[in-house]
Design a binder for this molecule. Structure first.
Ligand SMILES: NC(=O)C1=CN([C@@H]2O[C@H](COP(=O)(O)OP(=O)(O)OC[C@H]3O[C@@H](n4cnc5c(N)ncnc54)[C@H](O)[C@@H]3O)[C@@H](O)[C@H]2O)[C@@H](O)CC1
Ligand SMILES: [K+]
Length: 560
């Protein structure tokens, strides 16, 4: 095994071509393909031994290319561990070339000639025979095609895919589920092999991270280090894996600590009828470790917000009258921007988080813009406060130009309003748009959704790999805002990592909640109830696998 990858490290996300280039550079740097293949196959075998310790009969499905080569190595290692292994080669042995041929020869030398069976297209009774063969196994390894696959799937692999559907044996995919385009970011992938877990190598490819197939896989998607030198791994899309920043969440609080060390968050938001949003955001800020949290909300909801938890301090904001009727409609007024009010409000505050439940009624947007303009602390802008800057994003740029962190947390609708685009336009180029907006305005942009992106002012983009559809519910965003604010308050000098860690922890807490409950029934506040699990979770495991997706499930028994 090569260098152990730890979750505290950066991990790049690659296209298939970039992975090919990485392999080429690795070879140039003196690491031969055969060595990479040996490490890859060994990693797959180790993964199987650990995740499926009771699998006594393992069937390895191998293609004729290097993906199949990984399969031959895995088969040899598993056999060496006493596992009953059979290899089904999709084609003739004589068509296996290069390093894969070497791996095949080594397999046969270490075991026996009978271990490998050749399959041929059109052979009589092929499908029925395959269903029977596959059904006898405790575990299947899919080493049919990997990054060398060009869609659509043809020939024998097509037959094998169909027979896989007819048996219920778990499948571990080598590098990628066969038939899965490594560069696909598509919502649905027609024609890929089914898989229960995936072991990929060196770095996740786009499909491992963005491909919606990931969410359909029960087991984990892990990355194994196989010895590619770090300098060989280059990502032109400049994407990295957001989980890396979790290390800061694990930083213990110093023994000689006091609440002053962990920052005072001011959460500004709420309006008549939306006391829940600032309440949840404030509670989340407390739970995520802020030293102190004050919520500033319109007077009419002070009591309601205060009830969320006694640790929260609450202040009342003056309320704006409706323009024509003069009726008090329970939204924050620009009168709160008067110097003496603001001074009082901002005393000791380390981070301002503004927006949850604020309302877009006249008065509130002006108040939000004024708060950002007239304060000097790091600011987290969400929800209606983001809408207040639609068409006026120059003001955000000006705030960031003062040298203080400006963090925006839009969902695609809010992003669209900010950037003057429709939601489909936002979704069509999330990466490009997030990068442009963040660099042009000098802000940290958290573009929420499936695989939330964190775009930094310098153009770097982290992709979050936690979270699930249980979180697609009202209140999720408010909770995230609170966690982001708390992390920035605790790590004011490491804002980029603080924001990435916040997004990561929030999604992970949601993953724990969905596991403990059901993805239909989880509420945003249930997510918060699992934040401790998220803080305590360690991604890198003792075997050096790095988990791209999927909570580490209990080691699974396949022989009930
Ligand atoms: N290049 C390297 O340095 C390393 C590559 N490794 C493995 O090698 C894989 C890539 O190997 P290759 O480039 O040989 O390619 P693959 O083995 O992924 O695919 C090539 C094989 O797939 C078949 N194929 C391609 N498209 C198909 C289609 N549409 N329908 C049916 N069959 C199709 C080809 O006929 C050929 O037999 C990786 O996924 C990884 O598993 C690892 O061994 C580590 C080192
Ligand atoms: K595969």
């Amino acid at each position: 095994m090569g260098r152990r990858v730890d979750y505290g490290e950066e991990m790049k996300i690659l296209t298939a071509a970039e992975m090919g280039a990485a392999d080429k550079r690795s070879v140039e740097a003196g690491v031969p393909i055969g060595e990479l293949m040996a490490s890859a196959g060994e990693a797959v075998a180790r993964f199987c031994l650990r995740q499926y310790p009771l699998a006594a009969r393992v069937m390895v499905l191998c293609g004729k290319g290097n993906n199949g080569g990984d399969g031959f190595v895995a088969a040899r290692v598993l056999a060496g561990e006493g596992v009953g292994v059979r290899v089904l080669l999709l084609g003739a042995e004589e068509d296996v070339k290069g390093e894969a041929a070497t791996a095949l020869a080594e397999l046969k030398e270490a075991t026996s000639d009978e271990i490998v069976e050749e399959l041929f297209e059109g052979a009589e009774g092929l499908e029925e025979g395959l269903v029977e063969l596959l059904g006898e196994a405790d575990l299947l390894l899919d080493a049919v095609v990997g990054t060398g696959f060009k869609p659509p799937l043809r020939g024998l692999p097509l037959v094998v895919r169909a027979t896989l559907e007819a048996v219920s044996v778990p499948v571990v995919a080598v590098d990628l589920p066969s038939g899965w385009d490594a560069d696909s970011m598509a919502e649905t992938v027609a024609g890929a092999f089914r898989a229960d877990a995936v072991v990929t190598f060196t770095a996740p490819k786009l499909a491992h991270v963005f491909g919606h197939l990931t969410s359909a896989i029960f087991g984990p998607v892990v990355v194994a280090e196989i010895g590619s030198p770090e300098a060989a791994v280059v990502s032109q899309t400049n994407l990295h894996w957001g989980g890396a920043a979790k290390s800061i969440a694990e930083k213990p609080r110093g023994i000689n600590s006091n609440k002053g060390k962990f920052g005072h968050v001011l959460l500004v938001g709420g309006s008549y009828g939306t006391s829940g949003a600032p309440s949840m955001a404030s509670l989340a800020a407390l739970r995520a470790g802020a030293g102190l949290v004050t919520a500033a909300v319109p007077h009419c909801i002070v009591e309601a917000v205060g009830r969320i938890t006694p640790e929260l301090m609450v202040r009342g904001l003056k309320q704006a009258p409706a323009p024509r009727s003069g009726e008090d409609w329970g939204v924050a007024s620009p009168l709160n921007l008067a110097n003496e009010c603001l001074e009082e409000l901002m005393k000791g505050i380390k981070v301002l988080a503004i927006g949850p439940g604020l309302s877009q009624k006249p008065g509130a947007p002006e108040f939000a813009r004024g708060m950002v303009r007239k304060t000097s602390v790091p600011v987290v802008i969400d929800a209606d406060a983001l809408n207040a800057f639609a068409g006026e994003t120059e003001l955000l740029k000006a705030a960031a130009a003062e040298g203080r962190p400006v963090v925006l947390t839009p969902h695609p609708g809010e992003m669209g309003r900010l950037a003057g685009l429709t939601v489909p336009e936002v979704e069509a180029d999330r990466i490009g748009l997030a990068r442009r907006f963040a660099t042009e305005h000098g802000v940290t942009l958290v573009l929420k959704g499936w695989r939330t992106l964190i775009a930094h002012p310098d153009g770097r983009i982290a992709v979050n790999t936690t979270g699930n559809p249980a979180m697609a519910k009202g209140g999720s965003g408010d909770i995230l805002t609170g966690i982001v604010a708390a992390m920035v308050a605790q790590f004011p000098d490491r804002v980029a990592e603080a924001v990435e860690a916040a997004v990561y922890l929030h999604g992970l807490a949601g993953d724990f909640a969905a596991q403990a409950m059901d993805e239909h029934t989880v509420l945003a506040t249930d997510t918060l109830a699992h934040l401790s699990d998220a803080f305590r979770y360690r991604v890198a495991d003792e075997d050096g696998f790095v988990w791209v997706a999927g909570l580490r499930p209990p080691v699974k028994s396949v022989v009930e």
